[in-house]
Write a protein that binds this ligand. Structure first.
Ligand code: PEP
Length: 256
């Protein structure tokens, strides 16, 4: 079962990189990670306007492309949204959902994130569903209850449609702060998530679902984080902007 959890590394570029910078990333990153390309999956998430270009640039390489969000409807009067149907039409298979910045800066609540998730799954996309607690919630010993609340909507969707789901644990206090969760802190929450999946979906689903860690990952901590039993991959923001830095995170992570 555990063998099915191929290591997965995702670069979340957030609102960074214009076209020429997107283009300049691909060659050096592919070259840096080529030798390990059969050992893990590698995905780049540019801003939406470059999804089409990046999809073309990465064709025939070992690198895949993700959107940073998607709409909850197939089409209609939703100014500024991009539907999962459109992502699929571009050949984009992956989509990050419920990222901390979407939840806390843009005030997306659990109901909206769940609606986006359902729409993405119905279109056959592979969602990377982000969960994580704020610092004050951790300090108040509410980490597990916050994460339970974020996961709760999965129960309504049912195991069959959830099959491709990837979960990312990203403690809000670790995102972009330089202060990563320790490998033990990450493992504790990842194990909790896996137990929750086992209890509320099924043990088969729990055993084969990848749970990524995100929050101030860099080359210096990627191997240690990846060596934890329930850490199946990494979602990387700041340190993914440079192709060699992200390549090093992947390469060290895959060697652990
Ligand atoms: C993220 O944006 O998902 C993230 C984890 O950012 P950073 O690596 O910069 O903390």
């Amino acid at each position: 079962m555990v063998d099915l959890r191929t290591p997965l590394f995702i670069a979340n570029w957030k609102m960074n990189k214009v076209g020429r910078e997107v283009q300049a990333f691909v060659g050096p990153f592919c070259e840096a990670t080529q030798r390990q390309s059969s050992r893990g999956e590698m995905v780049l998430a540019p801003v939406a306007v470059y999804l089409s270009d990046l999809t073309k640039m990465t064709q025939g390489t070992h690198v895949q492309v993700a959107a940073q969000n998607c709409g909850a409807a197939k089409s209609g009067a939703f100014t500024g949204e991009i539907s999962p149907v459109m992502l699929k039409d571009l050949g984009v298979r992956w989509v990050i959902l419920g990222h901390s910045e979407r939840r806390h800066v843009f005030k997306e609540d659990n109901a909206l994130v769940n609606a986006r998730l359902k729409a993405a799954l119905e279109e056959g996309l592979t969602p990377v569903f982000c969960v994580g607690e704020k610092l004050e919630e951790r300090k108040a010993n509410r980490t597990f209850s916050v994460i339970e609340g974020q996961l709760a909507g999965l129960k309504d969707l049912g195991e069959a449609i959830l099959k491709p789901l990837v979960i990312a644990y990203e403690p809000v206090w670790a995102i972009g702060t330089g202060e990563n969760a320790t490998p033990d802190q990450a493992q504790e929450v990842h194990a909790f998530i896996r137990q929750w999946l086992s209890k509320n979906i099924s043990s088969t689903f729990a055993n084969r679902t990848r749970i990524l860690y995100g929050g101030s990952v860099k080359a210096e901590n990627s191997a240690q984080l990846m060596s934890m039993e329930d850490v199946d991959g990494l979602l990387v923001g700041g340190a993914s902007l440079d192709p060699l830095s992200f390549g090093e995170i992947v390469n060290r992570g895959l060697k652990s």
